[in-house]
Design a protein around this ligand. Sequence first.
Ligand SMILES: [Zn+2]
Length: 108
Amino acid sequence: MRRKNTKVENKTRGTPRKHMPQRTCIACRQTQNKRNLIRLVFSVNNIEIDPKGKKPGRGVYLCPYRGCWEMGLKGNRIEYTLHARLGAENRQMLVEYGRSLPEKEDSL
Ligand SMILES: [Zn+2]
């Protein structure tokens, strides 16, 4: 039972479709299909959640899971990545949004 070719190792689960752009979650650093992430856009001292990923501006991506939002907000990663400062209200809005999201499942 020897196999000479082990090319297909990465195909075990969740094979990405070829034409989907990939983005990295700033919290857990996992690369995902862009559609599976939530984009945050910073424009003129204001941060917005951009679920469709269409707004212009500098953006960061987070998984749609509570843990990633907490992690991303905790360490100023969003600010660091965006080179911007989040106001207290913006931060609070993001914290609350994150709380409305489900926990990540271990199997993912
Ligand atoms: Zn994540």
